[in-house]
Design a protein around this ligand. Structure first.
Ligand code: GLN
Length: 241
């Protein structure tokens, strides 16, 4: 039997890896390996050429780190747009999510260009949104997603870009329209730290299935004993702090 392999590109981990967002990489890696799927992880650092990957991950970061990342990412806007149209899977958390959009306008600083994979834009607000989030999504079952948010950015969705979820507890994209995160094709952005995927194993598997479907035209995943993961998930549901 041919061993399946997924190439996972971690974009700018030295700049964008806030609140343990690398836990998302660990969750994807282990949930693949537990099924006999090999995972090649490339840390893509500033100055490295970005080449094809099946899954791309970019974490969160403070405004300062976002400046370095944004300027370098611009060099690969065209390539990553092509990767998006070839259905590679992308997951961006908070600051990384903001750079998937058209732009991020920080406080008292120049506007940062995004790579426009998602038709969203972000403007730094005057209030910091901090706390646990519970949201309902249509993409997985159970239909809850949980995590922790800490951002001042207000993100607004446009065009064909849809929300990842609808907020039940917490602020989400902007504290106004009840949306949380965004999706277009296989590109996903979310404000949920935690880290996100370990406490949402069903969503981690959803991303893995999308990548396997795109690469091998089949997406069978053997079930895992996720009791611990869903205990953590259930305990987080509805919590504010
Ligand atoms: N600097 C951005 C903001 O505050 C992103 C923060 C983050 O990645 N947690 O909105």
């Amino acid at each position: 039997m041919v061993t399946k392999t997924l190439k996972l590109g971690h974009i700018y981990p030295r700049q964008l890896n806030l609140y343990g967002d690398i836990g998302n990489i660990t969750a994807l890696k282990k949930r693949c390996e537990w099924r006999g799927i090999e995972v090649e992880i490339d840390n893509i650092n500033l100055g490295d050429k970005i080449e094809h990957h099946d899954i791309y991950f970019i974490g969160g970061g403070q405004d300062r780190q976002q400046v370095e990342a944004a300027l370098e990412l611009q060099k690969y806007k065209e390539f990553l747009t092509e990767e998006m149209h070839n259905n590679s899977v992308f997951l961006g958390i908070c600051g990384g999510y903001q750079l998937f959009g058209e732009y991020y306008q920080p406080h008292n600083a120049d506007r940062l260009p995004g790579i426009s994979l998602l038709d969203v834009y972000t403007i730094a607000g005057n209030k910091r949104f901090i706390g646990n989030v519970t949201a309902k999504t249509e993409f997985v079952s159970p239909n809850t997603l949980v995590g922790f948010e800490n951002h001042s950015g207000l993100t607004y969705l446009r065009g064909e870009t849809k929300p990842l979820a609808i907020v039940i507890t917490g602020y989400g994209n902007n504290g106004e329209d009840k949306t949380e995160g965004a999706r277009f094709k296989n590109v996903f952005g979310t404000y949920l730290h935690g880290s996100f995927l370990p406490k949402n194993p069903h969503f981690a598997d959803y991303l893995i299935k999308l990548a396997l479907e795109n690469k091998y035209n089949e997406a069978e995943l053997a079930p895992l004993d996720d009791k611990l993961e869903f205990d953590a998930h259930s305990k987080a549901i509805g919590r504010k702090y």
